[in-house]
Every structure is written in C-alpha cells, then in structure tokens.
Design a protein around this ligand. Sequence first.
Ligand code: NCD
Length: 306
Amino acid sequence: MPRNIIDVIDLSVAEIDQLIATAEDIIANPVKYQDACAHKQLATLFFEPSTRTRLSFESAMLALGGSVLGFSEANSSSAAKGETVGDTVHTVSCYADIIAMRHPKEGAPYAAAQFSEVPIINAGDGGHNHPTQTLTDLLTIHREKGRLDGFTIGFCGDLKFGRTVHSLVNALSRYGNINFVLISPEELKLPRYVKEQSLKPKGIPYTQTTDLESVIPQLDILYMTRVQRERFFNEEDYLRLKDSYILTPEKLRSAKPDLSILHPLPRVNEIAVAVDKDPRAAYWKQVKNGKFIRMALILKLLGIEV
Ligand code: NCD
C-alpha cells in the first residue's frame, strides 16, 4: 500500500517537524532540490475550484524538476460521464507517481485511495479536512514565532465548514500549552466532533465567543477564515452571516505588536486590504510557504532523499 496523507494525523509530530526542517532547507538552498524529482509526475485531480492549493502543488513539482498533469474541474474529466472517483483515481495512478486530489464530498480522497497504486494527498475534502494547508500554516507559524507551542491562537469566521480550521486545530492539539479562542457566529461554531476528537480528550483549554474585538488583545496568532458560501444550504443564511467579521487596521490597534495574522485565502471581505501593509499580516508569506512545504511532502512520499 502506498503512503497516503488523508488527514493531518497521518503524519507523526516528528514527521511534521522533519517536513518543516526540509522546507526550511529548500528555502535556503533551492538549487540543491531542482532535479530531485526528475522524471517523476504529479497529477492534480481537482473536482472543486482552487488557486493556491493546485498551483502550489504544480509549482512545487516543477521546482523539483518533475512534471505535472491533471484537471482543474470535474466537468473536464470523465466524472462528467458518471465515472466513479475510484475508477478515475485508478486510471490516473497508472500514469502518475503521486496524486493530489480535491473533492466536494467529505471522505472522497480516502475512498479513492483504496483504488490507487500511488500515494494520494487530500487537497481538501468538502467541509472536512485540508492537511496540506495545515502543513503550510504550521510552517508559517514556525517561521513567524520560532515554535509550535506556547501561544494563544484565535480562529475567526466560519469554524463550522472551514476545513482548514478543523485540520489545524487537530494538528495543534498535539503540541503543548496552546490556548484556543474560537470566534464565530452561533451558527458557525466549531463542530462538536472536532472538539471531541482534538480538544476534550487532552483537556486542552478553549473559549468560544462571538466577539472578535473583545479577545483580540490576548491573541498571539489570529487565523481568519472566509464564510464558506458553497457549503451553505440556503443563500439567505450566507448573506446574513458573510460579513460577521471584517478585520480592519482600527480593530488591530488593541492587538499585540507581535501578533501574526494568518488566512488560508481566498479572502472575500473578512480582511480589509489596508491590513496587508501591517507588518503583522503573514498571509502572503503563508502563500509562499505553501509551495515549499508541498515540495517537502512530495519528496517524503516519493521516498526521495536529497
Ligand atoms: C481553503 C480551502 O480550500 O479550504 N483555501 C485553500 O486551500 N488555501 C480555504 C477556503 O476556501 O476558504
């Protein structure tokens, strides 16, 4: 069986630390890695829209000297003819050495992996998980703070449908001395299963609030998210909740001087563009980090040492 990354806990803490170390080495010495994946092929199978995840995977493989193939919408694949994801992935695993797959249905990459002869990476499954965004987030936190423990992190926005939040909470629950502040409208609270899996068994402290401004002063990291329109059952609810939080320079006045602001992107309205100039904004650095950590992950899953 090939090694798959479906959930962030498919990687041990030691392996995550190693991936971060490899990504740091790639950032420092890119030339050393430029032919590491020569003659290897990455397939990106995206049944759902994406900019950063797909292109960072492709850019990562190209920067390793490999090549890429794939599709960026379900309609351009045989899914449109009624092919199952299992058969699609079985087919692609005959042509590629490694597959990154995004799908609107929770669990689809896990199911597809049963039909693959090569490693499958979950590039986002519905409102469930997004392990490689989490690796990106962890690399960013590590670069910003120099550590992955001992801080207060606020998650703000759509904590119900935001898969990046679920995976990052899960990952951080394995590091020590982290205080979680969950900021969302009542309707978009972190699902109970995430709290029960990640926070409660370990007695990890968390608070829930609807009010961003009252908690901003205590945060070391603020993880903003978009309200996930595509996962709503009706447009009315989306319209009512979409602008629940808008981070502005004024709201940041009471924040710590060394706060780090993260966002997986795309942003819609939840961070004013004026915040981009604030030195505490780390989300454009996060975009760059996404490529380097994916390079590290591809090398690991292909068993290539440089
Ligand atoms: C996120 C996703 O797809 O879950 N984007 C990303 O991969 N960088 C967040 C989002 O879509 O809001």
